[in-house]
Design a protein around this ligand. Structure first.
Ligand code: SDX
Length: 377
């Protein structure tokens, strides 16, 4: 039994659980680094495919290596017909994150382990990264009465994702905005969903099971689901003159304001800084700065009242909304990016395998006498 003197770290806060080369977060300085590269450099100069390559291989690709990866991802987008049919059988009212979690799990049935790339191979990571937009499209196009998805190997990952969801090839600005958002969401050290994936992989379970664990974890509103709820908050606020009243009332009721606070960042999340600018750019291009301006005002009230800073989820929804992505697909879009990080961490876990198994501090009774059921009150 754990010694009662052992202090419990609720939520494993500040617990360093393992060593990793993939991602570094400096919560005090507000810095985020993937494999040595500052997120600001990657967001300004890279593409999602380049960053996925960096996460999987530990180095940036050459021009040829990137071309090979882009081609391979474009070839791995197709759904097995039986999975497409399975997705067509679910209710149109199903929650997209439930559809995604189920489809990733079922994909494993149509791609038996012996046919899948081995645990240490990056092929499975590429397959899952390539196919997630197609899974989302299979479900959403049916409920939105959009035409069936056509293969578009000519499109980049970001452009394909938007085309898959809204049946429209993005403008250059939209493609770049979504590509940057995918870069920003690709990894974030041992966040809850990545930790769930690593715990699964640490038992030597397979990559598809680990990603299924991660999708189920990301769905939670304290983690991935916040960006959808930020838009619900903006819809509730409506106009700028109501920001103060609505936000302060929520805070007075000790409600969490979605898109604010972070377990690690104690200053502004560097991803929020970049997404705030993209929210302005996209809003300007669409001639509609309403979301952007409301969010700035919400930021001001939350910081003044609680000293909290925005996190990655505050502005991402306004960027996606301007592209016509439905609110309930925002967290699935987060997953379509984070699958690169999840799979990178799973591959790293396989390389340095150590069963992840913390302990609990037992606070229940001990040595109770067993009472036969006939004698129980
Ligand atoms: C993501 O871990 C990652 O890296 C995650 C992520 C990633 O890329 O994977 O960055 C993505 O999950 C971003 C976070 C998205 N979630 C939200 O925006 C939901 C709202 N945020 C909070 O629920 C909260 O800030 C957390 C969950 C993100 C972090 O919570 P902690 O570290 O457990 O902090 P806490 O709950 O102990 O709060 C500390 C204090 C409390 O005040 P007191 O009760 O002590 O007075 O801050 C308050 C909290 O009430 N607080 C908030 C708040 N966040 C913290 N008050 C109002 N609104 C908030 N959002």
């Amino acid at each position: 039994m754990v010694e009662s003197s052992d202090e419990v770290q609720h939520g494993l806060q500040d617990v360093v659980a393992l060593e990793s080369r993939i991602c570094f977060i400096d919560g005090k300085e507000g810095r985020l680094i993937y494999e040595g590269y500052d997120i600001r450099d990657l967001a300004a100069r890279s593409t999602f495919e380049e960053v996925a390559y960096l996460l999987w291989y530990g180095r940036l690709p050459t021009t040829d290596q990137l071309a090979v990866l882009r081609h391979r991802l474009s070839q791995l987008r197709e759904l097995p017909p039986s999975l497409a049919a399975r997705i067509d059988s679910v209710p149109e009212t199903a929650t997209p994150m439930d559809v995604l979690r189920t489809a990733v799990s079922e994909l494993a049935l149509f791609e038996p382990e012996e046919t899948r790339p081995g645990p240490s191979s990056i092929g499975g990571a590429q397959r899952l990264t390539a196919v997630l937009p197609s899974i989302l499209a299979q479900f959403h196009r049916r409920r939105a009465r959009l035409p069936r998805l056509e293969p578009r190997p000519d499109l980049s990952h970001a452009a394909y994702l938007l085309y898959a969801l809204v049946n429209r090839v993005p403008t250059e600005l939209e493609e770049r905005a979504l590509d940057v958002a995918l870069i920003l969401h690709a990894d974030h050290e041992l966040n809850a969903s990545t930790f769930a994936a690593r715990v699964t992989a640490s038992t030597l379970s397979d990559l598809y099971s680990a990603v299924t664990s991660a999708v189920g974890t990301l769905k939670g509103p304290l983690h991935g689901g916040a960006n959808e709820r930020v838009m619900e908050l903006l819809d509730e606020i409506g106009t700028a003159d109501r920001v103060e009243e609505v936000v302060r009332a929520k805070l007075a009721r000790h409600e969490r304001i979605m898109g604010f606070g972070h377990r690690v960042y104690k200053v502004e999340d560097p991803r929020a800084t970049i997404l705030r600018e993209w929210s302005r750019k996209i809003g300007e291009a669409k001639g509609d700065l309403r979301y952007y301006e409301l969010l700035l005002k919400v930021e001001g009230v939350v910081h003044r009242e609680k000293g909290l800073y925005p996190n990655v989820d505050l502005y991402s929804g306004s960027v996606y909304s301007h592209m016509g992505i439905p609110h309930d697909l925002f967290t699935p879009v987060f997953a379509a990016s984070r699958v690169a990080g999840w799979t990178a961490h799973v591959l790293e876990e396989y390389q340095d395998l150590r069963l992840i198994r913390p302990m609990a501090k037992y606070i229940g009774p001990t040595d109770l006498p067993y009472v036969p059921i006939a004698n129980r009150a």
